[in-house]
Design a protein around this ligand. Sequence first.
Ligand SMILES: [Zn+2]
Length: 276
Amino acid sequence: MEPLTRTLRTAALLVFAVSLRAPVGAQSPPRRLVVLLAHADDETAASPALARYAREGVQVYMVIATDGSGGSGSQTYVQRSDSGPVGDALVKARVEEARCAAAALGVQEPVLLAFPDGKLGDYLGDRTLLYRLTDRIAKEIERLRPDVVTTWGPDGGTGHPDHRLVSDIATQLHRAGAPGMPERLVYMYLPAEAFRLANPQRAEPPMLIPQAKYFTVHVRFTPGDLEAAKKAIACHHSQFTAETLQRFLPAMQRLWNGAVPFIPGSPAVSGDDLFR
Ligand SMILES: [Zn+2]
C-alpha cells in the first residue's frame, strides 16, 4: 500500500471509530441535580443556583421530606410575626407554595415525601421511623439518579433537627455508595447574616454557620436567576410576611454577591497521613 493511501485509510478508520463512540447528532442525557430538603422554603438557601442550572437545561428536583405542618412556629428559620394557616390548611398551603417556588425557579415538580414536620429529630429515638425515612429518600435517589445532590450541612444550616436529619441521611447514602447516589454531594447554607437579620429575636449564635474558608464552591448566577429566586421566595406566603421579605431579600442579595457558596461533602483529605 502506498504510504499516502495507508495514511488516508488510517484516518478513515479513526473517523469511523470516533463516529461509533459519538454518533452524529447524539445528545447526552440532561444532567440532574437533586436538592434534598426538610421543608418547602429550604431551597431559599441555594435558589439562584437552582434557577441557573434549570435555565441551563439541568433537571433540578427538589425532594422535600416533610409535609410543612409545623411551619408556623418557632422551628422555622424566618418567623412570621402574624398568624398564618395551621393544620391541614397549612399542609395544603405549603404544597402549593412548593409548586409555586418550583415553577418560579424553572425546576421540576417537587417530590413531596410528607413526613411529619418538626418531628424528624425525634426519629433518632426510633429506628423503625429512621429506617423508613432513610429508605424513602434512598428510593428517590435511586429513581432520579442525580449527577449532584445538595442538602443542608450536617449542622442543619440553621441547627434545625429536621435539617440535620436529612443531611445525615444524604451523607450516609453518599458514604455507603447507595444506588443512584452520585460522587458529588455538596452542602448548602443560609448566610449567617441573613439568618440573624431575619430572626433578630432569636438567640442562636452564628457559630452554627461554618467558617467562610470551608465554602470552596461558588456557583455564579445572573440577575435573571436572582429575580427567579426572589419570585420563588415570595411564593412562601405562610413563612414570610411582606415585611420579612423586604428585610430578607436585599440581605440575601448582598450576601450572595453574585454567587451561592457550597461546602463539598465529598472527602477532601486523602493519602496516608491525617495531617497531610
Ligand atoms: Zn427548613
